[in-house]
Design a protein around this ligand. Structure first.
Ligand SMILES: [Zn+2]
Length: 449
């Protein structure tokens, strides 16, 4: 018996096909042609016409090419738009992998299907032209400092990294420094822009641009010019803002404490002489400061705490109270003429025969009678000479050693004198011997009393 069900289905299918055929145009045409005699020439003409139409349609199709335009300007004709699109995509990717960035063509590329009879497509030429003409841009973020654009970085994160780098550039790395706060005083923002890949800066480069020296800045300004003009609204801006990084540090240091000096009077030394009895010693303290800096330069500091580790030790100095010379008239007397350019000593008037005293210990080198000087005495004190003129009587002789305050003469009015007085002189000793009245310069005796 086989499969009766299947053969029944086949019959049904064939009869459905027949029904469709009878309804079709082809069937109608055959019925119309039946019994009609058609000349063979007509057949030939019809088939020729069909061929011509076919060829025409084909030619019409053939004359349709794709015009490649870059920013509206035609750069070539191609037959396959896909091939062109693929080429642009490859070129973009190739360039992008070189810069390690996502790029897109700077110019607008359009492919338009146009009826261009008589023209030839040339994909190689179109490719070459595109290769030369096409520029690429990348999405970037323009760093804007206080409203002034500086340079683009790759991403928003780059702006954050820049701020971080700026802050870090002034941080003092040391274990006695604790950074309390650091901030850029200017507002640093980012604004989306499209720039050439070679114009994208690294955050580090922009940090050194903002913090750098003038020359360095100018060089970078020159190279970023086009990037700025591309970003549109900032045309012509040349200046780069200066950024200020404020940091607050807690710094602990050890500092020396200076010692003070205590003075003690000593009657054994002349006035003006001194001697260190105990040398001083500096102390030590640990001081913690809060220092505010701007771009590393200290602006202010306050002491947070201060602890003395070692106290300083005072220096003790003995100071002489003794006058270099003793007053040469026992009863004091009265100054009648002071030291001047014309009077090389001091005149002390006192009653006749008052005691004239040695102003300092020394050796008498002259005790004699002069002309205008009258009876005079010269005593050598090592670095000074003292002179006593117009004495009534000299009581010591040359070569004799005398002590400070010892009576050496009685006051008088001998020589050129208008009354009893002592003419007293002090000479600074500049050579080993007396040698004469003009060898040793006279100094004002009153400076010693
Ligand atoms: Zn005098």
């Amino acid at each position: 018996m086989g499969m009766p069900g299947l053969s029944f289905q086949r019959k049904q299918f064939v009869s459905r096909l027949n029904r469709l055929y009878r309804r079709s145009e082809l069937y109608k045409l055959r019925r119309w042609l039946k019994g009609k005699s058609v000349h063979w020439l007509l057949y030939l003409a019809l088939s020729g016409l069909a061929l011509a139409i076919g060829l025409g349609v084909h030619y019409y199709q053939y004359c349709h090419l794709y015009a490649v335009r870059v920013d509206g300007e035609e750069v070539g004709l191609v037959r396959s738009p896909e091939e062109m699109e693929c080429f642009v995509k490859e070129l973009t990717e190739k360039c992008g992998s070189y810069y390690q960035m996502d790029l897109f063509p700077e110019q607008e590329i359009t492919l338009t299907r146009e009826y261009r009879p008589g023209e030839m497509d040339d994909i190689r030429e179109a490719r070459e032209t595109l290769r030369q003409r096409l520029g690429f841009l990348t999405d970037a973020v323009m760093v804007i400092v206080d409203g002034i654009p500086v340079a683009p970085v790759a991403t928003e994160k780059g702006v954050e990294q820049l701020v971080e780098q700026l802050c870090l550039s002034f941080v003092n790395e040391s274990n006695c420094v604790e950074l309390l706060d650091v901030q850029v005083l200017e507002e640093v923002a980012g604004e989306k822009c499209a720039v050439s890949p070679e114009q994208v800066y690294s955050p580090g480069e922009i940090a050194s641009l903002l913090m750098g020296q003038k020359k360095e800045r100018e060089m970078l300004i020159a190279s970023r010019g086009t990037a700025l003009s591309r970003s549109g609204r900032h045309k012509g801006e040349k200046s780069i803002p200066t950024v200020h990084v404020r940091s607050v540090e807690k710094v602990t240091t050890e500092e020396r404490i200076p010692f003070t000096t205590k003075y003690k009077a000593s009657g054994k030394m002349y006035r003006g002489e001194s001697r260190v009895v105990t040398p001083g010693k500096k102390g030590l303290k640990k001081v913690t400061y809060r220092i505010t800096r701007e771009n590393g330069a200290e602006q202010s500091r306050t002491v947070v705490s201060s602890n003395v580790i070692k106290k300083p030790k005072s220096r003790v100095v003995e100071r002489g109270t003794m006058n270099r010379f003793a007053w040469p008239v026992a009863c004091g007397g009265r100054i009648t003429q002071r030291f001047s350019a014309w009077h090389r000593g001091v005149d002390i008037a006192a009653p006749l025969n008052s005691s004239v005293l040695a102003a300092e210990s020394g050796v008498v080198i002259e005790s004699a009678r002069g002309g205008s000087q009258g009876n005079y005495i010269i005593i050598d004190h090592g670095s000074y000479y003292t002179l006593y003129l117009h004495n009534n009587r000299n009581l010591v002789s040359a070569g004799q050693r005398v002590s400070r305050g010892q009576t050496i003469a009685s006051l008088g009015s001998s020589g050129r004198s208008s009354g009893p007085h002592l003419h007293f002189e002090i000479r600074r000793k500049i050579s080993s011997s007396w040698g004469g009245w003009y060898n040793h310069p006279a100094i004002n005796p009153l400076q010693f009393f």
